[in-house]
Every structure is written in C-alpha cells, then in structure tokens.
Ligand binder design. Structure first.
Ligand code: 9MR
Length: 339
C-alpha cells in the first residue's frame, strides 16, 4: 500500500513539475492576459529541429516571413506555390498554433505580372481573385490576415502602390469588404511600421483613415504596429499606450506584429539595457491594454534576422542570440510577463 502511495505521489509530483515548466513560457503567461505570442517563420526554419523547438515553445500564433507574399506564392498569374504555405499551416495546426497571413497586398515582393494594370476593373478583378483563392482555400484555418501592408508614406500621405494607382485610395476598403465576404470569421488587419506612437504623422494619418473606415461601416478588426524599433531612437510608452487606446475606443484590436529592437553592434551595456526596457514596456502594454491581441517578433534568433543585411552595423534585435541561446532580454521579457 505504502509503495503504491509513494508511486502515486511521485507521479503527481512529476505532473506538477511538468505543468509548472509548461507554464513558464511567454505564450502561457500571455494567454492569462488574453493575447497570443509568436514569431515570424521562414520556411527553412521548419527543416531544423532546433528552430522548431523554439517556435513551438514561444508561439500561440505564427506568421510567414515570406512564403505568403505574392512573389513567393504566385510568381506568375496561373502558378500558385502552395507547398510552403501548406507546410507552415500544417505545422501550426498540428501544434495548435494559430496562423496569420502576411500579406495579401503590399508594394514589395510583387511579381512582374502585377506591375501595372490596363484598367481599374482589371486591377479589381485581380485583387478579388487573389483574395478569394487564398481565403477560400484556408477558410477556418487561417485566423487573421494582414489585408494591406504598409499603405502610408512617412508624411501620412498614401503610398502610391500599383493598387493605389490602378484603383484609387478605395482599393483598401475594396479588399477589406471582399475579404470579409470570403471568410467572415477571419480577423482583418491593416499593418504598418512607424505607426505606433500617437502624435507621429503616419500614426495619426493611419488612425484617421481607419476611423473613417469604421465610421462608414467598412469591415476591419484591427491594426498592426510592426514595431521595428531601434535603441538609438526615442521610444515613448505613453504615446504608444494612447494610440492603442484610441483604437480600443473604435472597437479595434492592436497586434504587435513584427517586433524587434535593433542596436549598433557590437552592443554596449547601455544599449542592451535600453533594449530590455523597450521589450519590457511592450510586454507591459500588451498585458495592460485589453485590445492588444498579439505580440509577434520578426524572427526569433539574431542568426537569421533581417536587420544586419538591411541596416549594416546594427543587429542583436531579437530574444535569442546567434547560437540560439536565450538572451538576458528574453529572461527580462518573461519576467515582465510573469509579474
Ligand atoms: O524579413 C523579410 C525579409 O526576409 C524580406 O527579404 C523582406 C523583403 O520584402 O521582407 C522582410 O519582412 C518585412 C515584412 O514583410 C514587412 N515589414 C518589414 C519586414 C522587414 O523588412
């Protein structure tokens, strides 16, 4: 009898240990506050067991770094490269991780065949075909979409993309309406960078634009703040918070959609401290502001981040280092989430 009891207690202790281990990840802490955490995934990551482990540990949502973009998915009008997208979606499903589509429309990484259109009608038709093909295929499997990415210039004017030039500024509402019609349950986002602080020209232009959409009953669920930040630029928590709140007042969600905080490298102690403060401030905002629904980093290790090639002399922007080890900033981030 005694032996039996000892076995039962030992078993219970192991279960308790396992469950408390399982709780100590960003995604489990975040779940308590009602938001998801995750990373962007390069398709090659899914062929590497070490990367897979990190993705699984940190993600209740994933987003494709590149494979859902036009040039990768649809290099010409008739060929659709579903292989990589399917692989990511199947990986996510088998690990109970949500998927965000990035991105239906953007000015970058587009194939030649959409560099211009003969007419507004032709552009609208192409847009509709793109939306319905993708959203019907993944209906009920992809929970949110960046419908349009980076639609503003820094001065708050609209970026003159091929869609803007061929259709006009209403290309955005057209896409949102079609997307809602195709998958009514998918959450629809407009995603931007440098749009996180109220008072910034682009952030205010985006807010006014989105408010007008809401006022006119155009379907939209939220706005993405990419948050590609740098320690050399000021960061104003109060301005980010008030921006989040004005979207809450419109009934909209905010996604921290592509977070990274780059530093001049090799980094100084003071920059590492600034970076830590920024990650922790964002974690705090995500916890405290109920309409923040996700916190996604753009990649996860300094090894494959986009930063060093785009901003030479900068790097170390993520929570894992080049050897895939958790950095002190990771521990500080988790500690903030755990508070
Ligand atoms: O990280 C992405 C990189 O691998 C691509 O070469 C690049 C070019 O389009 O896009 C990067 O991701 C961008 C994202 O799609 C939109 N926001 C900015 C990201 C960093 O450039």
């Amino acid at each position: 009898m005694k032996t039996k009891l000892t076995v039962v207690f030992a078993f219970a202790a192991v279960l308790l240990m396992l469950s408390s281990c399982a709780q100590k990840t960003p995604k489990t802490y975040a779940a308590k506050y009602g938001f998801k955490t995750g990373v962007s995934v390069a398709i090659g990551d899914l062929y590497n067991e070490d990367y897979i482990k990190i993705i699984k540990e940190n993600s209740s949502i994933v987003v494709a770094e590149n494979c859902m973009k036009w040039a990768n998915l649809r290099p010409n009008k008739t060929f659709w490269n579903w292989t990589d997208v399917d692989k990511l979606v199947e990986f996510a499903e088998s690990n109970k991780i949500a998927v965000k589509w990035h991105t239906l429309f953007w000015h970058n990484q587009n194939p030649g065949f959409i560099s211009s259109f003969k007419s507004r009608e032709q552009a609208l038709e192409t847009m509709d075909e793109h939306i319905t093909t993708i959203m019907s295929r993944y209906k009920g499997r992809i929970s949110e979409y960046d419908v349009v990415n980076e639609m503003f210039n820094e001065d708050g004017t609209m970026r003159e993309t091929v869609w803007y030039k061929s259709i006009g500024p209403d290309y955005i509402e057209h896409a949102l309406i079609k997307a809602r019609e195709t998958d009514p349950n998918a959450k629809l986002f407009l995603n931007e960078y440098n749009n996180e602080e109220q008072g910034n020209k682009k952030a205010d232009a985006m807010y006014n634009f989105v408010k007008d959409l809401v006022d006119r009953g155009i379907p939209i669920d939220g706005v993405g703040f990419q948050l590609h930040l740098a320690t050399i630029y000021p960061y104003n928590e109060a301005a980010v918070r008030s921006n989040i709140r004005r979207y809450a007042d419109l009934g909209l969600q905010v996604s921290f959609s592509e977070v990274d905080v780059r530093m001049p490298v090799p980094s100084s102690e003071s920059d590492r401290q600034t970076q830590m403060n920024t990650y922790c401030s964002l974690a705090k905002l995500a916890k405290e502001e109920p309409n923040v629904t996700s916190f996604i980093t753009w990649g996860f290790t300094d090894k494959q981040s986009w930063i060093p090639s785009t901003f030479p002399g900068y790097g170390e922007a993520l929570l894992y280092d080049k050897d895939l080890k958790k950095k002190p900033v990771y521990e500080a981030f988790v500690k903030e989430l755990a508070k």
